[in-house]
Design a protein. Sequence first.
Length: 353
Amino acid sequence: MRWQELLPFVGLVALGTAWLVPMSGPLAVLCALALLGAVFSAVHHAEVVAHRVGEPFGTLVLALAVTGIEAGLLVSLIFAAGEGREVIARDTLYATVMIIGSGVIGLCVLFGAVRHREQSFRIEGAGPAFSALTALAVLVLIMPGFTVTAPGPAYTKSQLVFVAICSISLWCVFVFFQTIRHRDYFLPQGDGAAPEHAPLPTLAMALRSFVLLLVGLVAVIGLAKAISPTIEAAVHAFGAPRAAIGIAVALIVLLPESIAAIRAALANRLQTSLNLALGSALATIGLTVPIVVGVCIWFDLPLVLGLEPKDIVLLALTLLVGTIGVVAGRTNLMYGAVQIVIFAAFLFLALVP
């Protein structure tokens, strides 16, 4: 058995140990190492599945798998948390959009520019995807601060239901647009894509990799949840705001997609990188929001989605710069540097608000 097939099960063993044995320093280190191994294994198996089914279905597989398990993790954290549970979903969604919109895309563009100078992508696909992401980000994270029916940056139950329906509907339309109506908009351009030299995996290999991908993602999310109290204790020890917990968990959960996107950019397949990044961001909002809203309404749990003014400015800046980059259709070193600066500002101001 190769290491790519062994590491997901090592992660499950570490996860089971974390459930049975009280968490300690050495166990936390072991879980962290097992988590990283599961991440790299998940990336490998996602690439095998993506190679078999082709674009854009391959990137959709990873986005759906990660988002589904991320939603389960988020719901479990909401039930487990006490004070501050009402903002866990907001902090996680905001962190995910910022990590993908500025961090992942910025790294892909920067590393791709360092190796290939300029890279191109299809505006026909990236433009509609980014417009959908902008609409959902504004409706879910910004608009609650400007409504007047409920006090504070929060929606009423009817408003939450409306936003949940808008989120899942727009995501479903995007998937139809991406995979059926205009699939060609998300395929790499002929002059910018590196040729595929690896042989096409067999159906049996792809199915095995898909199962191992799910096992690896379960291990990643479970281990992230297991070490989240340790992360929370470290955050409190350093005196950082509570929002840093959501950022740390989001960074761990998004590692498989982030690594896959960066590797695609280094291989001169920026279109695949953007498919992964934008598809993941859209799936995060489009699928997670309806699930969280449904759970909070059903169990009568508080839910605050509206961002603070500082975070609204950073999110608006990310969406503005992203729009400018999408319209250009080509990337370069400067655009990647701007995105990385925005991401650095997001991390720094989260720790020093």
